[in-house]
Ligand binder design. Sequence first.
Ligand code: FES
Ligand code: MG
Length: 574
Amino acid sequence: MTTKDQKSGGEHGFARGLTNYGDRRFSLYLRRSFASSMGYSREMLERPIVGIAHSASGFNNCHRHFPELIEAVKRGVLAAGALPVEFPTISLGEVFLSPTSLKFRNLMSMDVEEMIRAQPMDAVVLLGGCDKTVPAQLMGAASADLPAIQLVAGPMSTSRHRGERLGACTDCRRFWQRYRAGSVSEPEIDAVEKRLASTAGTCAVMGTASTMASIVEALGMMPAGGAAIPAVDADRLRMAEETGRVAVSLIGDDSRRPSAIMTAEAFENAVRVLLALGGSTNAVVHLAAIMGRFGLKFDFTRMNALSDTTPVLVDLKPTGDAYMEDLHAAGGIPAVMRELKHLLHLDCRTITGETVGERIAAADPWIDRAVVRGLDAPIRADGGLVALFGNLAPRGAIMKRSAADPALFEREGRAVVFTSLADLAARIDDPDLDVTADDFLVLQNAGPTSDAAMPEAGYLPIPAKLARAGVKDMVRMSDARMSGTAYGTIVLHIAPDAASGGPLGLVRNGDRIRLSVRDKALELLVDEAELERRRAEANVAAAVPAKPARGYARLYDEHILQADEGCDFDFLRA
Ligand code: FES
Ligand code: MG
């Protein structure tokens, strides 16, 4: 095969980026002899190389089928005339990382970026899936800007419990809420625990992993239909093979580098799709981070404008009823983009060479309307997410209105404040807690600059005494995040966060707060003089927090940005 690199006489394959201490031919001879020790023939050693950056790990259940996917990618690469070389990067198994996976997303992005750059490869397949892995890979690939294509794990398949379908992890929460309220027994919750996640693949609903996969398809960074194919389906293996073939076609083609595909218009397409999916709030953080790698800014005001004109069309949990496998069967992301056609930038180029408009024209016109609604019968007339602003969130906050209770959208409430995660854990179920269903639960010090590092703690539990009395939802707010599989009237990502001196830290028990989704407002109804007094008091009281002495924790502490900037490190942005 001939690539542009070869035609132009540029280096490719094992000759790429050779360290040269004066005798280049010696360096190549040495490198090839070491590569030969892996059993490659000379013909293979002279081929261009497609790296496969994979994130399989014993601590990542979602990626347990990666060996099989990697084999299929390799098949595609070999068939198209290049040499596939897999390499591991760190993995981020969502539920196994402490204090939270987000803390390590930037570390993984640095691993991906540097290993793409340091090792000899002409293009790279990014193989991820679990929540933070795909954004980390895209951030790294964006900065390296070598031809790259994304392959995802695909969603888990659902299982059954007493005639009900179960899928991680919206159903996890539903059953746990019933258990907390006393209507599900101990043996039953044990049985559910074993059935919630029963195949390889990512969470089965429109959580963060599914949302990010869908966004990557909308961005054009994977072949059409690649987001929703179940992990265990044979189509997933065929998608892997196709991904390998496409990766080879990218070699030497500057018009399909990450920077040429992920343009400002492509990001707008991604936001439209995010809104139409009722997708995860985490996607806003990740999109802001990926955009920052290209010097682009995620604009909340623009997101609100897009949200006002983008209907929610996809009926998946936690917003609706279905699961990712149903979305695949219904036509997948191509079906969603077809419905949104009039709202998208159709001339954006995708990784397979065709434009978004050409992809939509080629999509199967059959759509399962139970899962992907038409514009005439949307789930909501406006988008799933909304950004809120006000004196409590000067740099914005996010709410997933599609998974919230509209009866709570225009409210004024009394603040019941928890100053930290430890305080929350200690008091939320206290029978003497002074709280009613009309109050607003406020959690402080769980943002990116806190020790907690912005965990998915924003889904504050309903106080036990209210849960037992039948309360299912109440207004909750914090500088934390929330799992994409969770639901409720919950304000997240309040920026700047409390630990960095943001106004959220000045809220006191009994303060009045106004939430208005209509006005996109989040106001602390305390006058500025009183806030100034509290600020001065806090500054006197605050002991200078101990800085981490060394290592990654120190890097994180010194360079982490706020949520509106994607929680990237300042020095990693373009
Ligand atoms: Fe991996 Fe949910 S735990 S996607
Ligand atoms: Mg999640």
